[in-house]
Ligand binder design. Structure first.
Ligand SMILES: *Cc1c(COP(=O)(O)O)cnc(C)c1O
Length: 488
């Protein structure tokens, strides 16, 4: 019994079982997409009750049919449908169909990317995908990279390399072995005041603390203000602090704004600083024929965070960190006799664990491999360009409305704005209205949009990753927001 329903093997009965369970699942998932709405589940309290199981681990197994039933009643109908045109809250995309097939393949074979003997063909494919990505982002032959669990981990990797490189190149200090040098409390990491919080989290995890992160003000367009950066670095250097690195954002989480990388690079060279580029959001722009120039200069970064589970529309998780000088990845190498022997490398066996902060690791590169080939440059350019044009259209539309305010022109595909009802002050009263609008959209209309704060005021946010969205959809959505806003 156990033998034939546990795994997919060469046994015909196990194959039948695999087809049955996966087939049932495909049907149930397809059926769950029975409405165009993004969310039709209940509010938090009722949802909590609904998913409560008498016994999550019963004394005797319930069998597949019963569990499938439970899935169909409690779980599947209450999922957020990320592919809905009514979902635009976060940098959180639906997964393309072919990449979901990729997920099935990679989970079925369950390769682990740490050593070649756990993932022979997968290792060679990841190496090939990384090579293609390095080239795409303008890196030379000497570059390399590795897949990670997401942008936060890619940033963590990049900033760790920055710290280690700085210690090795500028302080002649072996940080891998000796830990932080005595002067580490003087280390400074510069990033814009609206960059992703994973920069500060990384500073904490690296033993440098939040105080080592210098928040550089942004200009009207929400880009790092270069003159302020220069002033802050100069001041720190003069007072004995140690400028270690700059984290430059290509696509800030809220606004999609892009920092001025060329000037930042010159400053980094002058002060012997490392430059990490956080393109978790903006990396997808590279595929747009029309807009790729927005990423000009990204190759000047010493490392780059690329997220595939945002603009690239691949299922979570899928991210990579690319490194301009592959030697820097040696900071992540530590030998284990059972895993990554030096002689393996000499004999042509690649053990990717040498470059990664993870050990057991998913074969996410497969999804990029499948999706890039299937859709090609033209297919991808259409997808990315469409989402960016939608943002431009919506921005223009809002600008014409007397009762809407927009923060800034979209650089990529997000628009941050607020509804300012006539006769209400533009202060806390309007803040409260905008908060109510977002909540009502979820629970009354099945529409999920974003909310943030800018210039001290509550803002609404459209993160337009879905290329299926039309101009009419956006006009309609604006109407719904206005009607709700007026009703409070
Ligand atoms: C989303 C995001 C991150 C974090 O990426 P995860 O994949 O969510 O870990 C980092 N930086 C920026 C600019 C982001 O938008």
């Amino acid at each position: 019994m156990l033998e034939n329903n546990l795994f997919l093997t060469d046994n015909p009965e196990s194959k039948a079982e695999y087809r049955r369970i996966i087939g049932d699942t495909v049907s149930a998932v397809v059926e769950a997409f029975d409405s165009p709405k993004a969310y039709e589940g209940p509010e938090p309290f009722r949802l909590k009750k609904l998913v409560e199981m008498e016994q999550l681990l019963p004394d005797h197994g319930l069998g597949w049919e019963k569990v499938l039933d439970n899935l169909k009643t409690a779980v599947l109908p209450n999922f957020l449908r990320t592919s809905s045109r009514d979902y635009m809250a976060h940098l959180h995309s639906p997964g393309t169909i072919e990449s979901i097939a990729g997920e099935l393949i990679l989970s079925t074979f369950n390769q682990s990317m740490d050593s070649w003997d756990q993932s022979p063909v997968a290792t060679e494919i990841e190496v090939q995908v990384v090579k293609c990505l390095c080239k795409m982002f303008g890196y030379g032959e000497n570059s390399d990279g590795v897949f990670t669990s997401g942008g936060s981990q890619s940033n963590f990797s990049g900033i760790t390399l920055a710290r280690d490189w700085y210690c090795s190149a500028n302080l002649n200090h072996d940080i891998q072995k000796k830990g932080l040098p005595s002067c580490s409390s003087k280390f400074r990491i510069y990033t814009s005041e609206i960059s992703h919080f994973s920069v500060e989290k990384t500073a904490h995890l690296l033993g440098l603390g939040y105080d080592s992160v210098v928040k550089v003000p942004v200009n009207e367009k929400q880009q790092m203000d270069f003159d302020s950066l220069e002033r802050l670095v100069k001041k720190d250097a003069a007072s004995g602090n140690l400028p270690v690195c700059v984290v430059c954002t290509f696509g800030t989480t809220d606004f999609g704004s892009i920092d001025p990388v060329e000037k930042i690079r010159t400053l980094c060279d002058e002060y012997k600083m490392y430059l990490h580029g956080d393109a978790a959001y903006g990396s997808g722009v590279i595929l747009s024929e029309k807009y790729r120039e927005k990423l000009a200069g990204i190759e000047l970064c010493d490392s780059i965070t690329v997220d595939f589970h945002k603009m690239f529309l691949l299922p979570i998780s899928c991210s990579a960190v690319l490194v301009k000088d592959k030697k820097n990845l040696d900071f992540f190498t530590i030998r284990a006799d059972y895993l990554n022997r030096e002689e393996d490398e000499e004999d042509g066996y690649t053990n990717l664990v040498d470059k990664s902060i993870q050990t057991t690791r998913r074969f996410d590169a497969l999804k990029v491999w499948i999706s890039f080939q299937m859709r090609g440059k033209d297919g991808w350019s259409e997808i990315i360009t469409k989402s960016m044009e939608n943002a431009r259209y919506f921005y223009g539309l809002l600008r014409e409305q007397p009762d809407f305010e927009v923060v800034t022109e979209p650089e990529i595909s997000s628009v941050v704005f607020r509804f300012v009802p006539e006769g209400k002050s533009d202060g806390e009263e309007a803040d409260a209205v905008n908060k109510k609008i977002r909540r009502s959209l979820i629970h009354e209309k099945g529409i999920v949009i974003g909310q943030t704060v800018c210039r001290g005021r509550v803002q609404l946010k459209f993160t337009l990753l879905n290329p299926l969205l039309s101009r009419e959809n956006l006009e309609e959505m604006m109407g719904v927001i206005r009607a709700l806003g007026k009703s409070f």
